[in-house]
Design a protein around this ligand. Structure first.
Ligand SMILES: [Zn+2]
Length: 478
């Protein structure tokens, strides 16, 4: 009996540990990848658990203040609480800078059936609402919302520069009351102090969505109303104005509002963000005699003797602390220094003190190089030959040229030409004889033999650029 309880306990603990999320961390989910409605969701878990705030931007494609602000929050790291950020809800409309190419995505939240691509996006946003304690919906609206009619741009029907609620106090189905107005006024007080200029102040805007007499009954189809009604979470529309003088100001005013909401809901950013993933080397851009080339980790790059080689960019998951070192030449940090390459050289790359990658520069057109290795299969058995060596075969033997390679290279780029051998049943002779099963017989072109009275054929390795790298010889026994 005790064993059963023990087992139940173990199962419970394992289950709990599977549910536990790593803190702090960011989980990035991508939906509908490669389609017009590609959707990115960032779940940012703070060091200490707390409230979860959902921030959605770009549900309408022509509101950059909202989606560019939301975008900035995707990269946050949090000391306390969680964020779920959907920076670009309607990617297709953002690409086309259009309010809604396939209709208004913020007028379909009342729908239940999932029929269109937009419905699929909306279904995901609804799911995220169910995981949240508060929802902010970022928009750029026309004009300036103001409680009194001033002019056509500044009046109670304009949406710009406002925080929108569906009710002052919303009563959920379960009787819980949410004081939306009080929250919004606290945020507005803080935001307007930051904005400073009165003509740009944000104002409180209650659309009274459930009131039968409201001129804004359309709001029943929106995301904020859905979150409030279905999940009983405080939901606010934050509107910058499309008529603000710059995109930067629109983003800034959004940030003021989001920051004030975060503060109120005790969601605290980590400042500065700690970023310590394992350093990764992706590739380096080397300029060879003025010609840029992308080189991946541990690759060989063939350069002409005396070439000027300069490291112009190291692609890594870090921007700073990167260096490159041409071993034995110049100092420790050769970033951006043109270096003349006279002999084979290894270049290593570091992030601070950690080596993250290396590439090998091989000088072309030299004879002293002995580390080119040829692999030849002789009667089914692989044998290695160094540059300059001779393989002795007799008639009836079967050979296959497998490859030639340098140390640290896989040799896939090195072609090998068996001079005097012509592959049968092949239309064009590419000069690369790797992979053929070659029977030693009388069919070789004797003019390629390096002796008149003996059959000794050179087998040459060449780089993709056609430079000769080395050769071995195949001597056919008389
Ligand atoms: Zn909008």
């Amino acid at each position: 009996m005790r064993a059963v309880w023990f087992l139940i306990l173990i199962v419970f603990l394992v289950y709990k540990s599977l549910l536990a999320v790593e803190r702090p961390s960011t989980v990035h989910d991508v939906y509908f990848k490669g389609t017009d409605y590609e959707l990115h969701v960032y779940k940012i878990y703070g060091r200490i658990p707390g409230n979860t705030m959902l921030i959605v931007g770009g549900i309408q494609g022509d509101e950059p203040g909202g989606f560019l602000s939301a975008d900035l929050y995707s990269d946050l790291r949090l000391e306390k609480g969680d964020l779920i950020v959907v920076p670009r809800a309607n990617f297709k409309s953002i690409i086309l800078f259009n309010r809604g190419v396939d209709g208004d995505m913020n007028r379909i939240f009342h729908k239940n059936r999932i029929e269109t691509e937009m419905d699929k996006v909306v279904a995901i946003i609804k799911k995220l609402m169910s995981e949240s304690d508060i929802f902010l919906h970022l928009h750029d609206g026309w004009g300036f919302h103001y409680p009194k009619y001033i002019d056509s741009l500044r009046n109670p029907k304009r949406f710009g520069q406002s925080i929108i609620t569906d009710a002052d106090i919303y009563e959920c189905g379960n009787g819980k009351k949410i004081d939306l107005k009080n929250i919004a006024l606290k945020v507005l007080n803080e935001v307007n102090q930051k904005i400073g200029e009165e003509k740009y102040y944000m104002h409180y805007f209650n659309t009274n969505t459930d009131d039968p007499k409201t001129p804004f009954s359309d709001m029943k189809k929106t995301a904020t109303y859905f979150a409030l009604k279905k999940y009983c979470i405080p939901a606010f529309g934050i509107e910058a104005s499309k008529n603000l003088p710059s995109v930067e100001m629109k983003v800034l005013h959004h940030n003021y509002a989001v920051n004030a909401f975060m503060k109120l809901f005790d969601i605290i950013p980590e400042q500065p963000k700690i970023f310590l993933p394992k350093p990764e080397f992706k590739y380096v851009v080397l300029q060879i005699n003025g010609d840029p080339k992308i080189v991946e980790n541990r690759k060989i790059l063939f350069v002409p003797k005396g070439a000027m080689v300069e490291t112009i960019h190291i692609e890594s998951n870090y921007k700073r602390g990167l260096s490159c070192d041409f071993l034995g030449i110049n100092g420790l940090n050769d970033m951006g220094v043109p270096i003349k390459i006279e002999k084979d050289t290894t270049v290593i790359f570091r992030k601070d003190n950690e080596k993250i990658g290396e590439v090998f520069l091989k000088v072309l057109g030299k004879t002293e190089d002995k580390n080119l290795v040829f692999i030849i299969e002789v009667n089914g058995k692989k044998e290695a030959f160094l540059d300059g060596e001779t393989l002795k075969v007799k008639r009836g033997d079967k050979i296959k040229i497998v490859k030639a390679f340098y140390e640290n290279d896989d040799g896939s780029d090195i072609a090998i030409n068996f001079k005097g051998f012509v592959p049968k049943n092949v239309n064009t002779n590419t000069g690369d004889d790797r992979g053929y099963l070659i029977e030693i017989d009388d069919s070789f072109l004797k003019k390629y033999s390096i002796y008149v009275d003996k059959e000794v054929y050179p087998v040459e390795a060449k780089s993709i650029d056609g430079e000769k790298l080395g050769r071995i010889y195949i001597a056919i026994d008389q």
